[in-house]
Design a binder for this molecule. Sequence first.
Ligand SMILES: [Fe+2]
Length: 288
Amino acid sequence: MFQIRKLSDTFGAEILGLDLSREFDDATYAGLKKAYAEHSVLLLRGQKMSDERHVEFSRRFGELEIHVLREYVSPEYPELYRIGNLKDADGKPIAIPDAGAYWHADLSYTSRPSRGSIMQSHTIPVRDGKALGDTLFCSTAAIWDALPAALKQKIELLKAVHRFWDRYIASRKAAGQDVTISPERRAGMPDVEHPMVKLHPETKRRCLFVNEGFTLSVVGLPAVESRALLDELFSYIGRAETVYRHSWQVGDVVMWDNWSTQHALTVDYRPDEPRFMQRTTLMGSAVF
Ligand SMILES: [Fe+2]
């Protein structure tokens, strides 16, 4: 069917011997689903999925989201969200530049956080023979396991608020763009509350579910205490022992679990060094 090679001691695996551009049998999909749940991040190198096939392959893992930032989805296949710094002939960005340069889980700010994302790389910046724009992944299941008992107990029953727009506006400002969000658009993506610790329905492992990108505050705590608790938890995210650093090659397909991992882009390339990726986003369930 395919071979599995681990990417780190704690999580992540490379799948070898599978060409995603061609359809394969149900048993292979079942094997991939099992590996996806078990390893949280799957890497498949040297792939050439067409846009149509990317969507079709992704659908085998669940229903797909269409990203709220409609200006950055593919016109032909809106399930494909475009990330990178490419522009059209008129100089208008066709993708969201430098998205996710902070620890986050995709769509944690929605009431049903995304199950996972499936990204294919199309253009990767390379300087002096070295690929730039690595993505860091960490295991929120491993982080939960490593938390001190007292901290686990403290957050076990707490909830936190997640918000999309603040982060979006801040990242656009950092890129020199001034964006205003209409009240209607803001109302379409309101703040949500999630338990700070969630049980992964497939692996039955507990996962820390707060992230630097979108988690705003802890419900029921005074502002100072809330900030201190979040900062303490964020300090566990990105520690070397729970991180897998992915150096991209053109044709990489990476499937990550948004419930048991977080990720962050490393922006070490210039705006004139082209980078282009497309991703589908698997809808979440009410269970998580
Ligand atoms: Fe992301």
